[in-house]
Write a protein that binds this ligand. Sequence first.
Ligand code: AMP
Ligand code: TRP
Length: 334
Amino acid sequence: MTRVFSGIKPTGHLTLGNYLGAMRRWAAVDQHRADSVFCVVDLHALTVDHDPARVRRLSRQAATLLLAIGLDPKSCTVFVQSHVDEHARLSYLLECVATDGETRRMIQYREKAAREQRRGGSVRLSLLTYPVLMAADILAYGADEVPVGDDQRPHVELARDLAVRFNQRYGHTFVVPRATHPAVAARVMNLQDPMSKMGKSDDVGPGIVYLLDEPDVVRKKVVRAVTDSGRDVVYDREARPGVTNLLEILAACSGGDPKSLAGAYESYGALKKDTAEAVVEVLRPVREKHKELCADPGYVEGVLREGAERARGMARPTVDAAHQAIGLLPAVRA
Ligand code: AMP
Ligand code: TRP
């Protein structure tokens, strides 16, 4: 059976971009057709300046939201990364296979490092090694597919390169994974700045729709979205990034095709109104289920405990095999 692995970082409140780009398919498709593993990747939240209490809070919230979007612990495994030691254990081995150059070349590293430096802060070493930890997340589970948004393409590519290199040097150990992306909305853009990704840790709040935003807040954000000069509704990422972003969001939420939808609108106003309502309807059940789950924190904790146990059982044999293959003596376990 196909194995699927994906994760989400607790660095901010989850957004419509997270949902349309990645999470929605996990719940609607992946968990039903594959042996699926989904993870709150909390170790990745420590790569930039962070507040411990906030990371704890956001990790709990992200886990609750994973269940709220419809992940069913009977159909898939849901857990928190730091509860399973195998991730960090394998990451070190992969650091011995990756090169300094290939991690420095990663676009996200270059962008985030530059941002930290502009703020006068220092760049954590873990920011550089982060894609290697991500490769460990994926390879430890023998994942065939990694459903992610478009921005994660280079990271999954690195995971592939490391798997191939490790297998060539030390013998076949890892499955070589591939990224999968949604047909539309693989990169949802910030509503106030349609040239930048809608990212949860960005500070341009009014351009970001959060999964838990109230309907009126969603409406306001969509209606105030920056559109392009010109009046007609055209699907063109280069020339009309604002309108194209709205068409992609509408298509993803209503099941249509963004190019044909463009033909159905004569004004930006009507497009915004329909997009806002489509987003409100998509988020409504998520918000309701989240509220229900918050009333029962013991349930979420239980799911995570069981999830971590299952995840350990899946990851340990592969990570043990990697230890042996690379030249480490097997540990004698009690
Ligand atoms: P992150 O928020 O970086 O932990 O991302 C979690 C998942 O959501 C990854 O698969 C990302 O590719 C995806 N994602 C994040 N932001 C967006 C966005 N604006 N559009 C589409 N996918 C996104
Ligand atoms: N780097 C991913 C992001 O920022 C999160 C992530 C960490 C991930 N480990 C992963 C995604 C493994 C897929 C598989 O979105």
